[in-house]
Design a binder for this molecule. Structure first.
Ligand code: MLT
Length: 256
């Protein structure tokens, strides 16, 4: 199922959400950017209202799904905008078929594959979920996603994120962890591609801190990095006005 906002004759952007979230994390982008662009969202396999299947997911399958979304939407050369796990999917999709896209917007993400610590953390997460502790795992993770300012000023939104994540399907969540564990690095691609790339990271992102994305963006041929104040790991939701403005400026510069 895909969710579309705006006029199909306009430049398309496909939004790919992060782990344990769903397409609704882009609600501020759908609302504002759909005035200028055709905005397309979907739920990544295993999360939101997507098909759960057997939970044996790979990053390649996530990219196949994204390609199906682009085909179903009937758009050509969309921009890809991915947050965290969504950024992993966007980068690998562009690496597989760079000429299919107009540019990439990376939010709160990285291009490198999991190191030993990250792999062991994900194995521990799968063990926790197998021990029926998905709710504890998801709550702890979500607490670390948002900056304190957002939590204080938007308690209802924050509660909704937590309740949606704790209600996620355990098979789907484990499938996403396995797909992230098995992904390859896209750093060489990101640093050598001619595609325009905009990188955005919340100043207080403790999951994928600015110190990870900024150096890579400094090495990309056609890249721009912006740090987003007053935001943690979900910068497009925490500081939407600034993020939307940056996305709009980036795309209009390319389409000019
Ligand atoms: C995400 O926000 O998508 C995840 O935290 C990414 C990850 O676990 O690597």
């Amino acid at each position: 199922m895909i969710y579309t906002f705006g006029n199909k004759t306009k430049q398309a952007i496909v939004f790919i959400h992060g782990f344990i979230l769903d397409h609704t994390m882009w609600k501020h982008q759908f609302k504002d950017l759909s005035k200028e662009y055709y905005c397309i969202g979907y739920d990544v396999r295993g999360l939101g209202k997507s098909d759960i299947g057997d939970g044996q997911y790979t990053m390649e399958q996530f990219v196949d799904d994204l390609e199906d979304v682009v085909k179903e939407a009937g758009v050509s050369k969309p921009f890809l905008c991915g947050l965290s796990m969504g950024g992993y999917i966007a980068l690998r999709a562009a690496e597989r078929n760079p000429s299919a896209y107009s540019g990439i917007i990376l939010c709160d993400t990285r291009a490198t594959a999991d190191n030993k610590d990250a792999l062991l953390k994900r194995a521990a997460a799968i063990k926790m979920i197998n021990g029926n502790k998905l709710d504890v795992y998801a709550r702890t993770l979500l607490e670390s996603f948002f900056h304190t300012k957002f939590k204080h000023e938007n308690p209802d939104d924050y509660k909704r994120f937590i309740s949606d994540a704790t209600a996620a399907n355990p098979v789907g969540v484990k499938g996403c962890l396995l797909a992230m564990m098995g992904r390859t690095s896209t750093k060489d691609f990101a640093e050598s591609t001619d595609l325009p790339v905009l990188g955005l990271t919340g100043e207080f992102d403790s999951i994928t801190p600015p110190s990870e994305l900024r150096p890579m963006m400094n090495n990309t041929r056609n890249g721009q990095f912006e740090m987003i104040p007053d935001a943690g790991h979900i910068a497009p939701y925490e500081n939407p006005v600034l993020v939307n403005n940056l996305i709009h400026k980036f795309i209009s510069r390319i389409l000019r």
